[in-house]
Write a protein that binds this ligand. Structure first.
Ligand code: FAQ
Length: 340
C-alpha cells in the first residue's frame, strides 16, 4: 500500500535555497566547497567525510529524536500485548513492537557514526531535553487503537520516512530503507485488523470509529509544524536531509488515506475534508497547533508516564549493561595475556 513510489521530486523550496556561508580558513573553505558540491550533485556524505558542524548537529538532533520516537513508540502498543484478542494478533503485535525496538537500534547506531554516544542521546531523552514524536503521548484505550496506530501512525511515519531513504547522510539513508520495509508491514497489519473489526458487531465498528476520531488529528500533527513555522526545514532541505516539506507530506498523507477510509467504512472526523478539483488534492480543516506544542513541550496526556517508563527500563537494565561490560573487559584482558 505504501511503497517507494511515494517518494516524489523534492519540494521546489530546496532548489531555491542558498549555500551556507563558507568558514574563514582557506582549507575549511575548500572542504566546505567540496561538501556543497557533493550536496548539489545529490551525492552521499559518509561518516569520515568532512561536514559542517551545523549539518552534523542537525542530523544528530533529527536521528536521535527519530530513534527516541521508535523506542517510546513501543510503549502504547506494548501495553496491549498481554490483552491481544487472539494468538495470531498477539504474535503479530510482539513482532511489530520488536521491530520498533530494532529501528531504534539502527537509528542510534547511525547517530553514533556522527560522534554522539548512545549514552549521551539517552541522557537527553531521560532528562526530558530531547524530543520524541508527539503521537506517542496519547493513550491506547482499546484494541481498535492498536489497529489505528498501525494504519494511521505507521502510515504517517512511512510517508515521512520514504523520502529519508534518499537523505544525503549515507548511514541514515541506508537505515531508513530497511525501516520503511518493516513499517509497510506494520501499516498493513493495522489496516487488516481494522477490516476484520469492521465486519464484526456494531460495538466493534463503533470502537474503530471512536479510535479513528481520537487519532486522526494527532496523526496530521505528526508531520510537524506548518512550513511557515518550521525553523529547521529550510536548512534541512538545502542539505538534502529533508526532501519533502512538512505540509507537502501532510497533504500526501491525507490524499492517500481518504480512499482507504472509504474502503474501511469509517468517517474521518473533519467536516472540512473535501476534494478540491482545482488543486487536485483534498482540503482539510485546521489543526490544533496549541495542543501539538503543549504535547511536544511535555504537557500531553501521557508524557510523564512515557518518560518514567523509559527511565525505569534504563535503571532496571543497569545490571545487564554492567555485566556485559565486565564480560567484555575480562575477555579483552584474557586475549591481551594470551598475546603477551
Ligand atoms: N513531535 O522545524 P521542524 C514512528 C519538533 S517514528 C515532536 O519542522 P524538523 C514509527 C522538531 O523536532 C515517528 N516534536 O523540525 C512508529 C523541532 O524541534 P527542535 C518519528 C516535533 O526536524 C510507528 C520543532 O518541532 N519520525 O512513528 C514534531 O525539520 C508506530 C520544529 O519543527 C521521525 O522522527 C512531532 N511530531 O522536522 C513507532 C522522522 N514535529 O528539534 C512505533 C524523522 C516537529 O528544533 C509505533 N524526523 N517537532 O527542538 C523528521 O522527519 C523531522 O524531524 C520532523 C520535524 C518532520 C519530525
Amino acid at each position: 500500500m505504501y511503497t517507494q513510489s511515494f517518494s516524489v521530486a523534492d519540494s521546489e523550496a530546496r532548489a531555491g535555497l542558498k549555500s551556507v556561508t563558507p568558514p574563514p580558513t582557506s582549507e575549511e573553505a575548500a572542504l566546505q566547497a567540496h561538501f556543497d558540491a557533493v550536496i548539489d550533485a545529490d551525492g552521499k556524505v559518509e561518516p569520515r567525510d568532512w561536514m559542517p558542524e551545523g549539518y552534523r548537529k542537525t542530523l544528530v538532533r533529527q536521528i536521535s529524536q527519530h530513534a527516541h520516537s521508535e523506542i517510546v513508540g513501543m510503549l502504547p502498543e506494548g501495553n496491549w500485548i498481554s490483552r491481544a484478542p487472539s494468538l495470531k494478533r498477539k504474535a503479530i503485535l510482539i513482532a511489530k513492537v520488536q521491530d520498533e525496538g530494532g529501528h531504534g537500534l539502527y537509528l542510534y547506531s547511525a547517530a553514533e557514526t556522527l560522534g554522539t554516544s548512545r549514552d549521551q542521546m539517552l541522557a537527553g531523552l531521560h532528562s526530558g531535553k530531547a524530543k520524541y514524536s508527539s503521537i506517542f503521548n496519547y493513550p491506547t484505550l482499546n484494541w481498535a487503537d492498536v489497529g489505528v496506530i498501525g494504519w494511521l501512525v505507521d502510515g504517517a511515519a512511512i510517508m515521512n520516512q520514504i523520502p529519508l531513504c534518499r537523505c544525503s547522510y549515507g548511514p541514515y539513508a541506508r537505515a531508513m530503507i530497511r525501516v520503511c520495509k518493516e513499517e509497510s508491514f506494520h501499516q498493513r497489519q493495522g489496516y487488516e485488523a481494522l477490516l476484520v473489526m469492521m465486519q464484526g458487531t456494531a460495538e466493534q465498528k463503533a470502537m474503530v470509529q471512536d479510535a479513528v476520531n481520537r487519532w486522526w488529528w494527532k496523526c496530521l500533527a505528526m508531520f510537524g509544524p506548518p512550513d511557515a513555522d518550521s525553523p529547521n526545514s529550510a536548512q534541512g532541505m538545502r542539505w538534502g536531509i529533508k526532501r519533502i516539506s512538512n505540509d507537502d507530506l501532510r497533504q500526501k498523507f491525507v490524499d492517500a488515506t481518504v480512499p482507504q477510509a472509504e474502503v474501511l467504512g469509517v468517517t474521518l472526523p473533519d467536516p472540512d475534508l473535501k476534494w478540491n478539483e482545482e488543486r487536485q488534492h483534498h482540503d482539510y480543516g485546521a489543526i490544533d497547533w496549541d495542543e501539538f506544542w503543549a504535547t511536544v513541550n511535555g504537557h500531553g496526556p501521557c508524557n510523564k508516564e512515557r518518560l518514567s517508563t523509559r527511565v525505569k527500563a534504563w535503571n532496571d537494565g543497569a545490571w545487564v549493561r554492567d555485566a556485559a561490560l565486565a564480560h567484555a573487559r575480562k575477555q579483552k584482558e584474557r586475549s591481551m595475556k594470551e598475546a603477551a
